[in-house]
Write a protein that binds this ligand. Structure first.
Ligand SMILES: NC(=O)c1ccc[n+]([C@@H]2O[C@H](COP(=O)([O-])OP(=O)(O)OC[C@H]3O[C@@H](n4cnc5c(N)ncnc54)[C@H](O)[C@@H]3O)[C@@H](O)[C@H]2O)c1
Length: 508
């Protein structure tokens, strides 16, 4: 079993510095090397400042801070890393540069030394292919900022010795982080699982369903996400997010589930990168996001009774409960009366399809999303068809906003906004499990810690109902004809067998 006491970190930019910080704080001796000598001195000074700040905040003692700094040593040449048990590479994201570095390291370190890469997007197997001992190479993928993002992906390349990965798993514990284990596949776990939110949000906007802000508000206030996809892209930088979307799409040979959008390509071309340049999907005058004025709630003279279509039993029950709580008169009976607002509650269907299948009066039919409320909702989604008239749209809006909960009115969409995005996120996680890239438990751990979603995607699927997620995807595929919505076999089989999405196969 490897034991890591003295480690080398090569490349002390944003990531390397963070890795050095947590390693030195955990008691390891850390040798730092960078092709730029000035970066080495700057990194050590920046770390000293960070530790002083932590002391001032009472988060670290003087003694611990001095100890950590005393354990960080500058290695001006690669040769000075000879005694390291482990070298973590965090240099520029280029295969040729990483391969050259690993070759040079092999000429210096002991035969037992483990070499790992912090790459986000390159293949560990490809990096290792340049080495005389590819079995000593693994992936060790931290997230930015390293001290705060408490998850690390340990990646086994095709020729990695599992013992190296095992040792990295236990080192991660020493560092105070959570390790998850992944196969060397594009995006590993987190960057693979993270495709759903952005690509499906973009797809909904591209279809004209609602605005960027509309999608973000629904994901935050209806679904409990910390940020919607467009706020997140503005924070990460659209110039960073768009190439990742393209790269994962191409690496999976044009998998339709990951199809990127011309919307972000345009924004990259135009330099609208997000917060860092002051303009992205939102404007950031003085660094702060400019909020749009709130939508006014219509005040029609007359509020009609509602007739709720029984076609979707679960949606019907939820909508009855909602409108009752709002004090709205509900018209019972098998057909809507002439003066009633007609409400449909489809899962994965658009309302045009529901109207045509159920033979409803299109002018006064609206859709209400009764799915995806994992917290007491602060927002509701109201959907109209191309035939819904303003009068009935306003009436529905006023009724749904009676208790001052925000209402987002969207155009017709298979799966509203919340359904389609949540189902996509769950489906992609199911596919990661199906491809055995990681265990279901590690997929959920990685996503909740690495992406800060309100829950792991497989647990989320269980909570929302795997059967319902399957129904949403199947209906979306039927309405759109788009294979991006085809359900993963992991999802399909667990629904067929009545198993949890977190359930691994009984025997493997
Ligand atoms: N920034 C992120 O959010 C993030 C997150 C996870 C992983 N990563 C990965 O971590 C790695 C580093 O990213 P970063 O954001 O810290 O980059 P960075 O540009 O901030 O730092 C890179 C450092 O490496 C040095 N360097 C470049 N080529 C070198 C070489 N051949 N030999 C020695 N030093 C060299 C540079 O001088 C610089 O100090 C990349 O592989 C990146 O994909 C980045």
């Amino acid at each position: 079993m490897h034991s890591f006491k003295t480690i080398g970190v090569v490349g002390v930019g944003a990531m390397g510095k963070g890795i050095v910080q947590i390693a030195a704080q955990a008691g390891l001796t850390v040798l730092i090397h960078d092709q730029q000598l000035s970066a080495l001195h700057a990194a050590r000074e920046a770390l000293e400042k960070t530790w002083q700040t932590l002391v001032a905040k009472g988060k670290l003692t003087d003694v611990a801070a001095a100890g950590a700094l005393g354990r960080v040593h500058i290695a001006q040449t690669l040769g000075e890393l000879a005694d390291c048990d482990l070298v973590i590479e965090a240099i520029i994201e280029r295969l040729d540069a990483k391969q050259a570095l690993f070759q040079a390291l092999e000429a210096v370190v002991s035969p037992q030394c483990v070499l790992v890469s912090n790459t986000s997007s390159l293949s560990i197997t490809a990096i290792a292919s340049a080495c005389a001992k590819p079995e000593r190479v693994a992936g060790y993928h931290f997230f930015n900022p390293v001290p705060l993002m408490k998850v690390v992906e340990v990646i086994d390349g095709l020729r990695s010795d599992p013992a190296a990965g095992d040792a990295l798993m236990s080192l991660t514990q020493t560092l105070g982080h959570t390790a998850v284990r992944a196969k060397d596949m594009p995006g590993f776990i987190v960057n693979h699982a993270g495709r759903g939110l952005g690509t499906e949000g973009l797809r909904a906007v591209q279809e004209g369903v609602t605005s960027f802000e509309g999608v973000d508000a629904i994901m935050r206030e209806q679904c409990g996400f910390r940020m919607g996809p467009f706020e997140l892209m503005d924070l990460t930088g659209v110039d960073v997010s768009h190439p990742v979307m393209e790269s994962i799409y191409h690496q999976f040979y044009e998998e339709p589930r990951f199809r990127p959008s011309p919307i972000t390509a345009q924004r990259v071309a135009g330099g609208l990168f997000g917060r860092k340049v002051g303009v992205g999907f939102y404007d950031y005058p003085d660094g702060k996001k400019r909020e749009s004025p709130l939508t006014e709630i219509p005040t029609p003279d007359h509020l009609p009774p509602v007739w709720i279509s029984p076609a979707h039993a679960q949606g019907h029950a939820m909508a009855v409960q909602l409108f009752k709580a709002l004090g709205v008169t509900i018209q019972t009976g098998s057909h809507p009366e002439a003066e009633s607002l007609i409400v449909v509650t489809p899962f994965g269907q658009d309302i045009s399809t529901a109207i045509s299948q159920q033979g409803l009066d299109a002018a006064r039919t609206v859709g209400v999303d009764t799915f995806g409320t994992i917290l007491p909702a602060k927002r509701r989604t109201l959907m109209v068809s191309p035939a819904t008239t303003q009068q009935w749209r306003d009436a529905a809006h006023a009724l749904l906003a009676r208790d001052q909960v925000g209402v987002t009115v969207i155009q017709d969409s298979p799966g509203f906004v919340a359904q389609r995005i949540l189902a996509t996120i769950v489906n992609i996680a199911c596919e990661i499990a199906q491809q055995q890239i990681a265990t279901p438990a590690d997929i959920d751990r990685a996503v909740s810690l690495g992406l800060n979603y309100p829950a792991g995607p497989l647990a989320l699927g269980d909570t929302l109902g795997a059967k319902q997620i399957f129904e949403i995807l199947t209906n979306m595929q039927a309405v759109t004809g788009d294979p991006r919505y085809r359900p993963s076999l992991w999802l399909q089989r667990r629904v067929q067998l009545g198993l949890s999405l977190l359930q691994p196969a009984a025997t493997t």
